[in-house]
Write a protein that binds this ligand. Structure first.
Ligand SMILES: [Ca+2]
Length: 441
């Protein structure tokens, strides 16, 4: 499925070879960020983007609708796993409402919830459900036209340091807003301090230019930050235009890893290589919409949107290649095969699970609590187009069951988080978003 990118109707910007340009831009971006003082005024070079479409998508641009394509999995249970034998009854309670375009939420150590809305607002939900006024002190260059604020995440030691991390898009330097290409925004990662009165962000510091058009962030158990960086995607954009996920000089289509101060961990897999960004942790991803740390292995798991079909769950290992656009289980929006419908190749990782047709998976969470014993160890996947909360029953890294919960809401679900009370919380998408809590019945 596609992200909610702006379909600007104006003419495209850049001329020239987009691939050569991408490599050059990547090198420039990295060099600049490494040398520049880490302030809000850091230089943001333009990254080549696909040409804008004149008007709405045309029929030949395709759609994301199911078309009967049903690729064969590598093993039984890699897709369409059977309904699990055991489940749990739940009731749904409303925790907060009145959220608009909320994209992410997480718990602060005192049990309050911090919420990020795409337009560039951060609010805090009190335990009684009251939603605060948006925080002041947001990055002034946050550009929200179709992109915007993607992640708001407290540091693991937030109670002591009041640090939060953000991912958001800005317009690159020199952008002419009257002649923008499609999806021109560039993903930045920043840290900030929440003021003592909880009303504003202070000391906003840009840590990284990730180059992508969107992305998620989560802090690993070792304190490093894992950031996902997407390629532009959406109807009218073909996979063959976007080889960057396989290019080590580009930040796009990657999982990136930095220290909490923006420096590069010495044990990153490509450090010391002249032909690679040193912040790359894994490659070959497309459009990551959910991140979670596995409670036992400490590994990053992600949800990822394919184009038309080929949504994936991946367990991310250091230095590995997750295949896009060389292998996958989806097709271009036009319905045309990508790389001859190739689904496997030596040296490329298989998804732990995939969906064709799409469910548009978004936020994910492992359930580790005791309130729902039948759900312990399972991975929960919020689904936008799938309008459900998907429960994946795991044995090790293999899925052995799939159940769709919350279908009764008929709502696009953007996120899922386990609360400190060991209940599951979900965030609904759209202009009238809510945070809901699942409690045992
Ligand atoms: Ca893949």
């Amino acid at each position: 499925m596609l992200m909610i990118h702006a379909l600007t109707t104006v003419a495209a910007l850049a001329a020239g070879n987009p691939l050569t340009g991408a490599v050059a831009a990547a090198a420039t971006a990295w060099g600049t960020m490494a040398l520049a003082p880490a302030t809000q005024a850091a230089t943001v070079p333009a990254v080549p983007r696909p040409a804008a479409q004149a008007g709405p998508p045309k029929p030949e641009d395709g759609s994301a609708a199911p078309d009967g394509y049903a690729p064969i999995p590598q093993w039984l249970g890699q897709t369409r796993a059977p309904h699990p034998a055991k489940s749990a009854a739940y009731e749904v309670q409303t925790v907060a409402d009145g959220l608009a375009g909320a994209f992410c939420f997480d718990f602060l150590p005192d049990g309050r919830i911090i919420v990020g809305e795409r337009a560039g607002r951060i609010t805090i939900v009190a335990k009684d459900g009251t939603v605060s006024a948006p925080l002041d002190g947001m990055p002034p260059d946050l550009w929200a036209h179709g992109q915007g604020l993607f992640e708001v995440r407290p540091d693991r030691a937030f109670a002591a340091n009041r640090t939060i991390y953000l991912t958001y898009t800005v317009l690159p330097d020199g952008s002419n807003q009257a002649a923008l290409p499609r999806s021109p925004g560039v993903l930045l990662v920043a840290s900030a301090t929440l003021s003592a009165d909880d009303r504003r962000l202070e000391r906003v510091k840009v840590l990284l230019n990730a180059e992508g058009t969107g992305g998620r962030l989560i802090q690993a158990p070792d304190g490093t930050l894992l950031i996902t960086s997407t390629i532009p995607s959406g109807v009218g954009i073909t996979a063959s235009e976007w080889p960057q996920p396989q290019q080590l000089t580009s930040g796009m289509g990657k999982v990136l890893r930095i220290n909490a101060d923006g420096s590069i961990p010495k044990d990153n897999p490509f450090t010391g290589r002249a032909d690679a960004r040193p912040d790359i942790y894994a490659l070959g991803v497309r459009d990551v919409q959910g991140v979670a740390i596995h409670p036992r292995s400490g590994m990053l798991w992600i949800s990822e949107h394919g184009p038309r079909g080929g949504d994936e769950i991946n367990a991310i290992a250091k230095g590995k290649n997750y295949g896009f656009p060389v292998i996958g289980y989806g097709r271009d929006y036009s319905g045309k095969p990508i790389n001859g419908d190739k689904t496997a190749q030596e040296g490329m990782e298989q998804p732990a699970y995939f969906w064709t047709p799409d469910i548009a998976p978004a936020g994910i969470a492992f359930y580790t609590g005791t309130r729902f014993p039948a759900w312990q160890g399972d991975l929960f996947v919020s689904a936008l187009a799938g309008k459900s909360l998907v429960r994946l029953v795991l044995i090790g890294d293999r899925v052995v069951g799939e159940e769709r919960l919350l279908t009764e809401l008929n709502a696009r679900i953007r996120g899922v988080v386990q609360g400190p009370d060991e209940m599951l919380y979900v965030l609904t998408d759209g202009a009238a978003g809510k945070i809901l809590r699942l409690v045992p019945k």
